[in-house]
Design a protein around this ligand. Sequence first.
Ligand SMILES: [Fe+2]
Length: 281
Amino acid sequence: MRKSQIPVATLSNDSASTKRQLSFVTPKDLDRAWGLGLFYLKTPDDLDFEFARQFGRELIATGSPYRQLPQYGELEGFIALDNNQQIKLALRRERWGQHYPADIATFGRQLDAIGIAIIREVFRQSGIPEALWDRASGGYASGGGDAFLNFVHYDTRTPDWGLRPHTDYGFVTILDASAPGLQIEVGGDFEDVPVLPSHLIINFGEALNFITAHSNRAVNAVTHRVVSQQSTDPVRHSIVYFANPNLDGMLWQFDDAGKEQGSSKVQDLFAHLENSLTETR
Ligand SMILES: [Fe+2]
């Protein structure tokens, strides 16, 4: 896939996340982004990505104190997965202040603001009345929900997939990758998503697909993978932010009249996905 075919969006500069507006050059670009479930976002000027990337690169050193971080459940801590090449430091929002340096916790909050601006645009396009956005998203649209900020390294000593094909479970994923490898499924074929300098890659997940399913404009949860990384490749680091619903919450489906069309416990939706997919995040 040529990168010109993946639409590019920008975010207006306003410090209040509820006022930041996501925009595409043409309505067709927005249609394509919603249909693909993926687009590029020009990196907002106020984000200090170099600092965050440096933090991510340093984590890998054998002497890094972050390797000693306690593991919280299956999803948080310094984690090496056994079915792909990912080694990652993963923490949900509640623990950023405790374990990340202050600047990284702040950086995570800035990604929260981007995630909120994106989900609000999805809701705006959906026709779902604004009074219901908070409920539909389990609180994420107004600053709640569950968010992860993860620093990922691909270990090429493991001869395995970079990351197996999957959809993300949550609402929105924000990705900064240092090297190529990401592919998305389009019409049954996997196509490259090249790294576009000074741009983030945004993709939509299953929970967002679920809550927009009965609205004017549903979004696609894109199937994606990372091809196996070789030791001869440039080292692939990535920074990944996941905007998710709270695991113990509910998701609601509304139409553009505000009429309830369905609902699911988050855990039920995720358990259903777990049966067909190999990797959550
Ligand atoms: Fe993913």
